[in-house]
Ligand binder design. Sequence first.
Ligand code: ADP
Ligand code: ASP
Ligand code: MG
Length: 414
Amino acid sequence: MALIVQKYGGTSVGAVDRIGNVARKVKGFRDRGDDVVVVVSAMSGETNRLTDLAKSINPEMDPREADVLLSTGEQVTIALLSMALKSLGCDARSYTGAQVHIRTDSTHSKARIVDIDESKMRHDLNEGRVVVVAGFQGADEHGNITTLGRGGSDTTAVALAAALKADECQIYTDVDGVYTTDPRVVSEARRLDRITFEEMLEMASLGSKVLQIRAVEFAGKYNVPLRVLSSFEGKEGPGTLITYEEEGMEEALISGIAFNRDEAKLTIQGVPDQPGVAYRILGPIGDANIEVDMIVQNIGADGQTTDFTFTVHRNDYEKALKLLQQTATELGAREVAGDSKIVKISLVGVGMRSHAGIASTMFEALAKEGINIRMISTSEIKISVVIDEKYLELGVRALHSAFNLEQAPAAVSD
Ligand code: ADP
Ligand code: ASP
Ligand code: MG
């Protein structure tokens, strides 16, 4: 008998018959003797629908009221799933985040969980009930409803698993595990049996939305065994275990390819090359709460001035462009240019640490397809490039095949 926290995402609870499937699946675990806490997302499309409603009233959504609104999506699914469980003869009780005391800070729309009081859930489990909790939400110390950022139900599940010291946290979704890249873009993508926390963290932060980044951070920090699996009948399997690096794991140079379609690029050309210029350019961007991702600075042809390029989230593009134009006037810059039709593709793998030549294989594969690289950044276990949006699929496929990711690497034996 185990204590399991399971999370079912939007597609898995996207229609009433799917909710019925989830209920049967959960009952199967109960019948086996496991204690189960279930976290659910809103039905697929619902969070977007609610967001559009709010924006139709005011495009600048009021942060507090937006959270009150968006949290209702999950409230619908907890009730429906609990009803479905009870109609199968499986006792269950639904709770919103606030009702099970998921306390967060007050940062509306991207709140962080600070504390969970698990006693109520334990009581229900001891009474033999399935506990059904709304994902993506909590409440701050004043009782205001907060949400945890898009994809945040993953984080709710991992946080509950950590608080309850569950034996496993299972993320059920519409694919049967973590793949070498998004299987919707590359049909040859291969499911990974295991991936390290470190790699999963990079994949999530570089755009693979199969797990929310905070969920991976949390699981790594609190040592929560985390598995990604399919919720669809006929697709059951071992899924992917997120784990610490171990001896004998697959010796892969590259574990996966992540990509991010939400990027935009801005350039300010011909600014004086003197101390403080980077601060003058990026200070106002930071003050406006705009996150900057990649940064590249080049000395201009005259040796006196510099060109400065950086990327931001596409939603922040217009705002960043206006701020940069203002800065350009102040600094007497030659020109400001922007491009919101770019994407970032990243190779991720702990094997990169001990192998040279990965970057050149990457650049060669892109060159063979005639894809121009606009920006490059590297860290110990990743290489990212910015390219034109229209080459995204071609680029990801070319890299997947250049690194033979469709084939499992040999296991190490010593
Ligand atoms: P849920 O609604 O269950 O939370 P998401 O849509 O958030 O599901 O995440 C699952 C999706 O993530 C998949 O349908 C897939 O298209 C996408 N995805 C992106 N990268 C990967 C990857 N490396 N492995 C598996 N799925 C991926
Ligand atoms: N419903 C929220 C979203 O669509 C949270 C989640 O699904 O994890 O982002
Ligand atoms: Mg998700």
